[in-house]
Design a protein around this ligand. Structure first.
Ligand SMILES: Cc1ncc(COP(=O)(O)O)c(C=O)c1O
Length: 463
């Protein structure tokens, strides 16, 4: 979300530069519950805590940079989604947001299903005991080996993404003497991001089969003919970080229209529709995400209404939230290394991580907030840019934020809402060692993904 430039004020520079920031928060020490994991607070010393453990102790034990994941919050969010959608719908956690074996076990215990999109995610899910029938397998170019593994394991559904894949999955299933449950992913011509959506977005992207030009109808025709496939429904996914339901409304209408066409042509009412993920979270205090029960109610009303007007039985709905479950539950803890004020511009705060642990700012111009967490401060706000230690000027973690002007090397700062698409997109750029993910719950912290070591790097480099 783009924010307006801050009006000039009594800050460390007389004239503040252009940027995506608004006025500094009234209290820089406040950890806004909107953007921080639920158990985060400050202790009597002013040090931030999660799950009852102070971040200075966490940094001491686990080092920095590191991701700390509030397990209590994660489980609560899973339950909220499962309860909101109830027994007549299915919630698939999108593993691409962040997946580890501990996460798989939590999902299993809290009653969620899992969407995976690679052989690696599938192996992780199966190895942690997720029942195969609760797994959906996605991807626009699944290899034959991945498809075979999925079919053999008995995954609950494979989401077909192309004409070639319809034949490929049918052939593999048949050769294994199986009939694979599948959905067809369609491109509905809707693209949604945050508050905007475009209802006539062209089909110029790699995912799905277009509704336009009758292609999706043709895909259904072909899938229904193949013995190796049991077509259970239609899938669509319209974007990411969405707050507004209007895009889902158009998408659901178009998918239901296809269901009606399928009924008219084949006499078959497909029993399921999947509306994908993409539900937004608060990265900054200015974001206002919807609660799962509001989303469930809105989606169910939209689908029911559209089906009634098409004279169809309401299909079983499924959704695939990733970010909305894991995003808010984690923060990245960094230690400040250098503080470089640029007169009339802003202060560059360098931390011990960067684009290798959070590529989203560089990749999508994502917005984050940041706070000093190893102490409180009454110093005046300082317009800051939090940057990493990589050899790349685009190595920015938080583009514009206010930190206290007495910030110094050695301080701990933390970026909230980094649970989704940070560790899962982390890289070894500059041979950085990918940080650990530490789960914290009721006074206990345990590593669920360990920090990489130089030996890990050298093991892959076979010389
Ligand atoms: C098919 C599909 N489902 C679900 C998701 C999860 O999206 P989010 O994490 O924004 O909810 C994605 C994200 O790319 C996706 O492509």
């Amino acid at each position: 979300m783009s924010r307006s430039a801050h009006p000039a004020g009594p800050r460390h520079a007389d004239v503040l530069p252009e940027g995506h920031y608004s006025a500094p928060p009234a209290d820089l020490n406040h950890l806004d519950p909107k953007v921080w994991a639920r158990t985060v607070t400050r202790d009597e010393r002013g040090v931030a805590t999660v799950g009852g453990i102070a971040v200075d102790a966490l940094a001491e034990e686990f080092g920095t940079p590191a991701y700390f994941l509030d397990e209590t919050d994660f489980r609560a969010r899973c339950r909220a989604w499962a309860e909101a959608f109830g027994k007549d719908a299915d919630v698939f956690y999108a593993g691409k947001a962040f997946l580890s074996r501990a996460v798989v076990r939590w999902l299993k215990e809290e009653g969620l299903n899992l969407d995976v999109c690679s052989g690696g995610e599938l192996t992780t899910a199966l190895s942690a005991g997720m029942p195969a029938e609760r797994i959906a397998f996605h991807g626009n170019n699944k290899s034959e080996e991945e498809i075979r593994t999925a079919v053999e394991a008995g995954v609950g559904r494979i989401v077909l993404d192309s004409f070639q894949e319809i034949v490929r999955v049918a052939h593999i299933a048949q050769s294994l003497g199986k009939r694979q449950r599948v959905q067809i992913r369609v491109t509905v011509g809707v693209e949604a991001h945050t508050h905007e959506f475009i209802a006539t977005a062209h089909e110029d992207q790699k995912f799905g089969i277009a509704l336009a030009g009758g292609q999706a109808a043709e895909a259904v025709r072909r899938a229904l003919k193949l013995d190796g496939l049991e077509l259970i429904g239609i899938h669509s996914h319209i974007g990411s970080q969405i707050f507004d339901m209007a895009g889902f409304e158009v998408s659901a209408r178009r998918v239901v229209q296809l269901l009606a066409e399928v009924r008219d042509e084949h006499g078959v009412e497909l029993p399921e529709i999947d509306l994908g993920g993409g539900l937004g979270i608060a990265y900054t205090s200015e974001d206002d995400p919807r609660e799962p029960h509001e989303i469930a109610k809105a989606l169910s009303e939209i689908v029911t209404r559209e089906c009634e007007s098409a004279g169809l039985r309401t299909p079983r709905i499924s959704v695939e939230p990733g970010r909305a479950i894991v995003g808010p539950t984690a923060f990245t803890l960094y230690r400040v290394g250098t503080v470089k004020p640029l007169e009339g511009l802003r202060t560059y705060v360098s931390v011990d991580g960067g684009m290798s642990d959070n590529i989203r700012t560089a990749l999508y111009d994502a917005e984050y907030s940041v706070s000093l967490v190893s102490r409180t401060s009454e110093a005046e706000p300082m317009l800051s840019r939090v940057v990493g230690k990589h050899c790349e000027s685009g190595d920015i973690v938080v583009r514009d934020a206010f930190l206290p002007s007495d910030l110094a090397p050695g301080d701990l700062i933390a970026v909230p809402a980094t649970g989704a698409y940070c560790r899962s997109m982390a890289s070894n750029y500059n041979h950085a060692l990918r940080p650990p993910v530490v789960a914290v719950r009721e006074g206990e912290a345990r590593v669920i993904v360990r920090r990489e070591t130089e030996e890990d790097l050298l093991r892959l480099d076979v010389g």
